[in-house]
Design a protein around this ligand. Structure first.
Ligand SMILES: NC(=O)C1=CN([C@@H]2O[C@H](COP(=O)(O)OP(=O)(O)OC[C@H]3O[C@@H](n4cnc5c(N)ncnc54)[C@H](O)[C@@H]3O)[C@@H](O)[C@H]2O)C=CC1
Ligand SMILES: CC(=O)C(=O)O
Ligand SMILES: [Mg+2]
Length: 556
């Protein structure tokens, strides 16, 4: 039993959580999205809360309201309209929004998340209706702790923060990137069962180098070139330590930072603060899980696995790092494991003589005659290629055919988001490999038929990982997040893949299982936290029951 408690950290998840809630009545309750039930208020509630006369007569069950929402949703003409519709629903009736999202996750995920959320970020200023989330600019320097008091919640547990510089594969979107923390946190609630009240989306609005945005009169961010260097780092530092002071139990998820900053923040804060980088670490866990499931199809032992990454930025190097750990668990030395991983980036194979390698690249650089992607594939004969470039078309026909020539069941992960940035489509991967590819993509592709056989392409996205990691970490008040937790998360995810799914070529469990997947991952992460002496709450009698007990239920 571990009962080390940090200052400000109480003995259990619920302790200290009660917010000073003002009793609402009448129109105020209807205008309060957290309390509002719309036509769902019962006759008695209508009498007691001063609602008589303010609502149409009929009382709708939440199920009926959800049905009405989905009918309206499906009538919308395009995905942006659907996105706006869902966000507006959230502003009116938060519980109904989450009910609908949880019950229709397959249909709604591509709207609140990739690909549509990418488009929503690009048009953020045009579709803006209602402030959501917390914005920090360089003008707040020295005052961040103060202004955090403006946030109306006393006990925040999950913060997703971005500075908007690398939004999906769409580049620098400045303050418009706020759509990403908002979207990720919707999934923390829908998949990870985190009460939305405990979630805080944050935009570190340090400007943008996107001149199109700077010249757009509708752009709403701090209208300057990006703050860089020391001033930038010290703003991030002030933010992190202000959050620690105000919310000592909160987990900070860094999201969509440009790679040098992503690694800088990870290195700077991972030991000091409960935090992780989703693009580096969450993506890594989903990739390792996907690879382990794919090897069940191809029959290759994990210790033999050779992987070639296209792209050598935060996502790819994060995956390589965790994969190396997984290979070491399978019995290889670190040196042997690294030899089974290679990278190709926009300048070709990462060879030791190159002068442009980052610290994360150098350890994987090789001595080879091959330079371009296809010749590197022919020489290395990888079992898997994993794309994280943000550049569509980079898994060309020649690339896929080369993979099909060296492997009977080539593993092809085109992980870049949104859909129009994917390295190749599902149809291309199946067609160019004569139906032999084991395929996954960051954004969803529809099921398809190839030569009479039905394929259900899997979505290899960190959405399978971060909600469970966050839930597990905060359920036991972990003091930090370790690599072993991500390996445990990957194993918990891979364990949920059933044989019949593998037969349809799908290497991740159905998205409809996201809540149970997150629960499994949370349990695995929490167990690791106890094992590594990183949990600050005492060990409960039944860990799974404890975690399940804190999961948010939007029903009324
Ligand atoms: N599926 C998922 O869960 C996730 C997907 N991603 C996606 O991964 C992509 C990359 O993200 P980061 O690694 O953070 O970006 P990054 O900018 O750090 O890395 C991009 C890498 O691609 C390389 N590259 C660019 N053009 C290339 C080309 N034509 N051929 C080969 N390599 C090329 C660059 O040299 C760089 O190494 C994004 O599209 C993002 O949406 C990121 C995180 C999670
Ligand atoms: C999924 C994700 O985190 C990304 O594309 O950046
Ligand atoms: Mg991301």
């Amino acid at each position: 039993m571990n009962s080390r408690l940090a200052p400000g950290v109480s003995m259990s998840y619920h302790e200290g959580m009660a917010e000073r809630e003002r009793p609402l009545r009448g129109m105020d309750i209807i205008h309060d999205s957290r309390s509002n039930k719309g036509t769902g208020f019962t006759r008695e509630e209508r009498r007691n809360l001063g609602l008589r006369g303010l609502l149409p007569y009929q009382i709708s069950s939440q199920e009926l309201q959800a049905q009405r929402v989905m009918e309206n949703f499906r009538r919308k003409e395009n995905n942006m309209e659907r996105y706006i519709f869902l966000r507006s629903l959230e502003e009116r009736n938060e519980r109904l929004f989450f009910r609908v999202l949880m019950d229709n996750i397959r249909e709604l995920l591509p709207i609140v998340y990739t690909p549509t959320v990418g488009q929503a970020c690009q048009q953020f200023a045009n579709i803006f209706r209602h402030a959501k989330g917390f914005y920090i600019t360089p003008e707040d320097k020295g005052h961040i702790r103060d202004i955090l008091n403006n946030w109306p919640v006393e006990d925040v547990r999950i913060i997703v923060v971005t500075d908007g510089e690398r939004i999906l594969g769409l580049g620098d979107l400045g303050a418009n990137g706020m759509g990403i923390p908002i979207g990720k946190l919707s999934l923390y609630t829908a998949a990870g069962g985190i009460d939305p009240l405990r979630c805080m989306p944050v935009m570190l609005d340090v400007g943008t180098d996107n001149t199109e945005l700077l010249n757009d009169p509708l752009y709403m961010g701090w209208p300057h070139a990006r703050l860089r260097g020391r001033e930038y780092q010290s703003l991030v530092e002030e933010f992190v330590f202000s959050v620690q002071d105000k919310y000592p139990k909160a987990l900070i998820q860094f999201e969509d930072f440009a790679t040098p900053n992503a690694y800088h923040h990870l290195k700077r804060f991972r030991q000091a603060v409960l935090s992780f980088n989703d693009d580096i670490q969450g993506t890594a866990a989903v990739a390792v899980a996907g690879l382990k499931a794919a090897l069940r199809i191809s029959g290759t032992p994990l210790r033999d696995l050779r992987v070639m990454f296209l792209g050598a930025g935060s996502a790819a190097t994060g995956m390589a790092h965790l994969l190396t750990r997984a290979l070491m668990e399978a019995g290889l030395s670190e040196g042997e494991a690294r030899k089974q991983v290679q990278f190709v980036d926009e300048h070709g194979l990462l060879i030791s003589s190159r002068k442009d390698l980052t610290p994360q690249n150098i350890e994987y650089s090789v001595d080879s005659e091959a330079r371009d992607f296809v010749s590197a594939i022919r020489e290395f004969e990888p079992h898997a290629i994993i794309g994280a470039t943000g550049v569509p078309g980079t898994f060309s026909r020649e690339v896929v055919e080369s993979m099909a020539a060296v492997q009977q069941r080539p593993i092809i992960f085109a992980l870049s988001n949104p859909t129009d940035r994917a390295e190749c489509s599902a149809a291309q991967a199946y067609e160019w490999s004569s139906g032999r590819a084991i395929f996954a993509s960051g954004s969803p592709f529809q099921p398809l038929e190839y030569e009479g056989k039905r394929f259900e392409p899997a979505q290899g996205n960190n959405v399978y990982i971060f909600p469970g990691v966050g839930l597990g970490a905060i359920s036991v008040a972990a003091s930090r997040i370790s690599d072993s937790m991500f390996l445990a998360a990957a194993d918990a995810l891979a364990a949920r893949v059933k044989q019949e799914q593998l037969e349809r070529g799908s290497i991740f469990p159905p998205l409809t299982e996201l809540r149970n997947i997150s629960l499994d991952i949370a349990e695995a992460v929490a167990l690791k936290a106890y094992e590594q002496n990183l949990a600050r709450y005492p060990h409960p009698d039944d860990l799974r029951e404890l975690i399940q007990g804190v999961m948010y239920d939007p029903s009324y």
